[in-house]
Design a protein around this ligand. Structure first.
Ligand SMILES: NC(=O)c1ccc[n+]([C@@H]2O[C@H](COP(=O)([O-])OP(=O)(O)OC[C@H]3O[C@@H](n4cnc5c(N)ncnc54)[C@H](OP(=O)(O)O)[C@@H]3O)[C@@H](O)[C@H]2O)c1
Length: 236
């Protein structure tokens, strides 16, 4: 389905990013994935075709980390698809109490680093590469005590809107909705993960968007839950 498409996925050591790496490789893509934890990245690619799955341990938040990623990304260039799945939750706290250090860190990872990585990757991207960002329900409609996480995801969607207007290829913002991952468990410790979709349930929407053809819509915002078992681009 994605034969020989080159894909870069951030946040591949856990949760949604990890599942996307596995499903993209299983569907024929060549995938380079990145996150800080090398051992967790190695777990992600265990059993996958070594000619199609590559890892780069690096911190997206640092210039050095982003340079390491772009240097390694040369091996899959030109890149057809980038999925910006890395993100952090930060503390759940009212704005009045929100710690200043976390304010800066969460914005830096969830918004600024996506922009800076994109800038660094531009020379390696195919001219009509597909760019996918991971949004959040609390970024679309702010919710108390989600603090900078919500604000940074709203900012990320703003960034994706601007990019969609500038970039030749498709740009998509996908809100996974509550999905059973480590981040979700941290955010909602009392929730039974069996009651919400798994990363595997929502991965097909990313696979479909990754093979958008020229002329299919760009700049679109999707709620992954609406498209479990359905084509997000059908009739769009
Ligand atoms: N799960 C949900 O319910 C949900 C809902 C809405 C939106 N989302 C969004 O979906 C995306 C994936 O979330 P998830 O639930 O799969 O989260 P997760 O399991 O916590 O995974 C987050 C990933 O981000 C990576 N990461 C964090 N900081 C990094 C840094 N400084 N440098 C490089 N990599 C970094 C982590 O890797 P390392 O720790 O190894 O660096 C990990 O691979 C996030 O953007 C999240 O905001 C999730």
């Amino acid at each position: 389905m994605l034969a020989d498409r080159s894909v870069l996925i951030t946040g591949g050591s856990s949760g949604i990013g990890r599942e996307l790496v596995r499903q993209f490789v299983a569907n024929g893509a060549r995938v380079l994935t990145t996150a800080r934890r090398e051992s967790a990245l190695l777990e992600t690619i265990e059993g996958l075709d070594p000619d199609r799955a590559f890892i780069v341990p690096a911190d997206l938040g640092s210039r050095t980390g982003r340079e390491i990623i772009t240097t390694e990304a040369l091996r899959i260039a030109p890149i057809d698809v980038v999925v910006h799945a890395a993100g952090i939750l930060g503390p759940k706290a009212r704005l009045a109490d929100y710690p200043e250090d976390a304010w800066h860190e969460v914005f830096h990872i969830n918004a600024t680093s996506v922009h800076l990585l994109h800038q660094a990757l531009v020379p390696l991207l195919a001219p009509t590469a597909t760019i996918i960002g991971l949004a959040s329900s609390v970024g679309r409609v702010g919710r108390g005590e989600w603090g900078m996480y919500a604000i940074s995801k709203a900012a990320l969607e703003g960034w994706l809107e601007v990019l969609a207007d500038e970039w030749e290829g498709p740009v998509y913002s996908v809100n996974p909705g509550g999905t059973a991952t480590a981040m979700r468990a941290e955010a909602m410790p009392d929730e039974d993960p069996a009651t919400i979709p798994s990363p595997a349930d929502i991965a097909p929407i990313f696979l479909r968007l990754a093979r958008a053809e020229p002329g299919e819509p760009s700049g679109s915002k999707f709620d992954a839950r609406d498209f479990i078992g359905a084509d997000p681009l059908a009739g769009a």
